[in-house]
Ligand binder design. Structure first.
Ligand code: SF4
Ligand code: SF4
Length: 178
C-alpha cells in the first residue's frame, strides 16, 4: 500500500516566506555589524593596496633574458608565438648587423590581458630567452594599452630570488635561421 508523505514546505510559515526573509536579514545584519566593527568575517582584500601571500610555486609574469651586452637573447624565431594558445605574443623580427646573430626582435610584445599563463612560450623557446619567474602578478590597469608589455619592460624585469637558475645569459642560442 502506498505511503502518503507529507510535502515539506507547504506549511503556513513557509508559504508566507516571512520567517525565511527575517532569518536572511538577521544573518546579513550580523555579518554587516561584525565586519563594520572589527572585520571578523570578511574575506575581501583591498587589492592592489593589499595582497595575499602567493604560493612559493607561483612563478609570475614573463621576462626576456638579456645577453651580456643588454640585448635580448631572443633570436626572433617565433616559436613562442606559434606555441601560444592565446595568440598574445607579437614579434617583429629584424636582421642584426652581427651576422652571427642574424635575427633579433625589433618588437616583442605580450598582451597580458589575453595571456592565460600556461607557460607554453617558455617551454617552446629554444634559446631560454623567455622565462616566467618574476613572481609578479598582473597589475590592474585602467586601459588595455597598459597591459601590453613591450620588449624594454620585459628586459627590465628581474627574476624572483628562488627561481634564479643562472641569472642571465648562458651560452648563445644556437638556433639558425638560414
Ligand atoms: S604563458 Fe601561455 S598564453 Fe601566456 S604568452 Fe606564454 S604561451 Fe601565451
Ligand atoms: S621562442 Fe624564444 S627565441 Fe624564439 S621568438 Fe620566442 S623568445 Fe625569442
Amino acid at each position: 500500500m502506498a505511503k502518503v508523505m507529507r510535502r515539506l514546505g507547504d506549511g503556513f510559515s513557509e508559504r508566507v516566506y516571512l520567517p525565511a526573509i527575517f532569518e536572511g536579514l538577521k544573518i546579513t545584519t550580523r555579518h554587516f555589524v561584525n565586519n563594520l566593527f572589527g572585520r571578523k568575517e570578511t574575506v575581501t582584500v583591498s587589492y592592489p593596496e593589499e595582497t595575499i601571500p602567493y604560493s612559493p610555486r607561483w612563478r609570475g609574469m614573463h621576462r626576456l633574458l638579456p645577453r651580456e651586452d643588454g640585448e635580448p637573447r631572443c633570436v626572433a624565431c617565433f616559436m613562442c608565438s606559434t606555441a601560444c594558445p592565446a595568440n598574445c605574443i607579437h614579434i617583429v623580427a629584424g636582421e642584426h648587423d652581427d651576422k652571427g646573430r642574424e635575427k633579433f626582435p625589433v618588437r616583442f610584445e605580450i598582451d597580458e590581458l589575453r595571456c592565460i599563463y600556461c607557460g607554453m612560450c617558455e617551454e617552446a623557446c629554444p634559446c631560454d630567452a623567455i622565462r616566467m619567474d618574476t613572481g609578479m602578478h598582473a597589475a590592474p590597469v585602467y586601459d588595455r594599452d597598459r597591459a601590453w608589455v613591450r620588449k624594454e619592460q620585459l628586459l627590465a624585469r628581474k627574476p624572483r630570488e628562488y627561481a634564479v637558475r643562472d641569472t642571465a645569459e648562458g651560452p648563445p642560442c644556437a638556433v639558425s635561421h638560414r
